[in-house]
Design a protein. Structure first.
Length: 175
């Protein structure tokens, strides 16, 4: 049976592609996000009123789970050594492998296969979030258009204490 996944690709599973750190989250960041996301409805008081938030099970202001501390800017970004040297087209189906310094499968088409998000600790004012994006897995399947390669990328967000605040798994389908 022929495979789209080379030995180099198998060996790259688990490798980090990019790591980034946020600026410290402020109450103002949380307020602005909550107002934008919940508009025109009133956002829950938990995100706006520190006095009220202190009486909740979180004992203070927390960000909505979907809050993105990287939305406005990133304090620091580092890429794998191979990725830093590679300036590839964002629409290149082999972009991930090129970023990891390996030869990709050479497929021509790609589409979004979905996103799964899991939430952990809530983000709070003062937190600095680190996001680590890595190659999670490859799966193959035959379809009407021929062989398909399902590539899953994990993005793990942790706070300054090492607690997981969010984990996403994004699947890319290439054929």
């Amino acid at each position: 049976m022929t495979t789209l996944v080379s030995e180099a690709m198998h060996s790259a599973v688990g490798r980090t592609v990019t790591e980034r750190s946020s600026h410290p989250i402020s109450e103002s960041d949380i307020r602005k996000w909550a107002l934008a996301v919940y508009w025109p409805a009133e956002p829950p008081r938990l995100y706006l009123d520190a006095e009220y938030a202190a009486t909740t099970k979180w004992s203070g202001v927390v960000a909505p789970e979907e809050f993105n501390p990287f939305a406005w800017s990133v304090a620091h970004t580092s890429q794998s050594a191979d990725s830093a040297e590679s300036s590839t087209d964002a629409n290149d189906p082999d972009r991930l492998e090129k970023a990891l310094g390996i030869v990709g499968p050479g497929l021509k088409f790609q589409l979004n296969g979905g996103l799964v998000a899991e939430y952990g600790e809530r983000m709070r004012p003062g937190d600095v979030i680190t996001g680590t994006e890595s190659l999670h897995e490859y799966r193959e399947r035959d379809g009407k258009l021929g062989s398909m390669l399902f590539t899953t990328i994990e993005d793990l967000w942790t706070n300054q204490h090492g607690s997981v605040v969010k984990r996403t798994l994004m699947t890319l389908i290439r054929h």
